[in-house]
Design a protein around this ligand. Structure first.
Ligand code: SAM
Length: 172
């Protein structure tokens, strides 16, 4: 579920949704600056949910998906992201988003979807326009270890799933 434009009330004072015509064209902007490594927001109000284009994977299993139930669902993917979704702690109250770069006010927030997602419900042709854009984004399952290692932050279950895949089918 996504917060809608009608009666919109920001979930976090530090962020604002930019509603844009088109089903998947909206985005989330910072309302204040952040420093590198700063925790920008805790992930609160999460619910377990089936995999969907709005869900975030939180572990290696088929049922390890949560809905954010907040404006954070509007953070788009970039192959050169400025935000990390860190769900690495065994204690879910420590899960958070963190700045990967210095962020000015009004910066559009992005994260690298394969840093959480193994095999995505809704693949798409990436429009991030970064120099290291990977093209089709379908999840980490479809990327090489080198492509994942080139990113600043990847959650531990994705690293483990890649290691398991490459051990079973070396060189493929
Ligand atoms: C959770 S939504 C993110 C918010 C979305 N932009 C919206 O307005 O609902 C994920 C979807 O946004 C779109 N999206 C996110 N990042 C994108 C990107 N870099 N290039 C193209 N589409 C993107 C895709 O349709 C994707 O399935």
């Amino acid at each position: 579920m996504k917060p809608s434009r009608e009666g919109y009330k920001p979930s976090y004072p530090a962020f604002i949704v930019v509603f844009t015509p088109g089903e998947f064209s909206s985005s989330l902007k910072a309302q204040k600056p952040f420093t590198v490594g700063e925790v920008m927001a805790p992930l609160e109000g999460l619910t377990k949910a089936p995999k969907a284009y709005t869900s975030v994977q939180c572990g290696p299993g088929p049922n390890d998906h949560i809905e954010l139930n907040s404006d954070l669902v509007y953070i788009n993917h970039s192959c050169d992201p400025n935000v990390a979704f860190d769900l690495s702690s065994p204690d879910s109250s420590d899960w958070h988003i963190r700045a990967l770069k210095p962020l000015e006010k009004d910066t559009t927030l992005t994260y690298f979807y394969p840093s959480t997602e193994w095999d995505m419900d809704q693949p798409f042709k990436c429009e991030c326009k970064s120099t290291n854009c990977l093209g089709n984004i379908q999840g980490a399952k479809y990327l090489s270890k080198a492509e994942l290692d080139a990113r600043i932050w990847i959650n531990p279950w994705i690293k483990q799933l890649v290691a398991d895949r490459d051990r079973k089918a070396p060189g493929s």
